[in-house]
Write a protein that binds this ligand. Structure first.
Ligand code: HEM
Ligand code: HEM
Length: 208
């Protein structure tokens, strides 16, 4: 009996992420990428300028959106478990993939929460209005501290280091996804892409 290529067998197994998980993954991924760039740029603008103020408000709005989408995504994941990791992964690859995924989930919550804590403890006491429409209250305790400055400074450090960590994880994660797609030629990346993209590839593989 003729053996089918491994990648084709796996892509027929139906082991893929659901549409909701895919949409949430890419929405959050692009939002975080945007926030990393926006955050890095905005802190370097003239302090107190109106452009800086505008960009800070956008940063906070998109950041809180990431928090809401991440909570939704975690809920969704608990109800709809993800497909198993590819069987071909070696134990260390499996451990690395799990470490990256868990790390992302922690950071997707910790980063926006640290930002929210930072603005709540800010000595500037600037109100946050999400997308110019929805006021975001400051977190209790932090907004009434006697001496806010050291707390604000510490939270700034924490927020910056969490952002650096998410960027480092992202490099690892993307390198893994590209290695699977271009070197190992399995369907790890395809199962996180919309279905139409996948059909084209399957057809392509069957013709080969
Ligand atoms: C996943 C979500 C987020 C990411 C990836 C992110 C990323 C960043 C980055 C890269 C910086 C620049 C750090 C630096 O170079 O000093 C920054 C700064 C900042 N972020 Fe976020 N952020 C997120 C969420 C939030 C949220 C939800 C808030 C507030 C509600 C927030 C408030 C701020 C503020 C006020 C600064 C400026 C700090 C300063 O003046 O030094 N961020 N963020
Ligand atoms: C900051 C941006 C990103 C974050 C926070 C992120 C987060 C995650 C998380 C948490 C998972 C695990 C999903 C689960 O099992 O519940 C995942 C899976 C995945 N991500 Fe990302 N991701 C990001 C960017 C990207 C990018 C740019 C790519 C493509 C180059 C990518 C490709 C994938 C793939 C292929 C999977 C499925 C892996 C598997 O089946 O084991 N991600 N991502």
């Amino acid at each position: 009996m003729m053996q089918e290529p491994k990648s084709l067998l796996r892509s027929r197994s139906g082991q893929r992420y659901g549409s909701v998980a895919i949409v949430l993954h890419w929405l959050i991924a692009f939002a975080i990428l945007g926030l990393l760039v926006l955050g890095t740029v905005m802190v370097r603008l003239t302090p107190g300028s109106s452009l800086q103020f505008e960009l800070y408000q956008w940063h906070k709005s998109v950041g809180i959106t990431v928090l809401a989408l991440s909570l939704l995504r975690l809920d969704w994941r608990l109800i709809h478990p993800p497909p198993a990791l590819p069987v071909t992964l070696r134990p260390w690859e499996r451990a690395l993939a799990r470490f990256t995924h868990v790390g992302f989930y922690v950071l997707m919550l910790a980063l926006p929460v640290s930002g929210w804590m930072m603005v709540s403890a800010s000595t500037w006491n600037i109100p946050t209005v999400l997308y110019g429409a929805v006021p975001l209250p400051h977190l209790p305790v932090l907004d009434t501290l006697e001496n806010k400055k050291p707390v604000e400074d510490a939270l700034k450090e924490v927020h910056e280091w969490l952002a650096i960590t998410v960027a480092a994880l992202l490099v690892l994660h993307v390198a893994g996804a590209l290695k699977h797609h271009f070197m190992l030629r399995d369907d790890t990346l395809l199962r996180m892409l919309p279905r139409c993209r996948r059909r084209v590839t399957e057809k392509h593989e069957e013709v080969k």
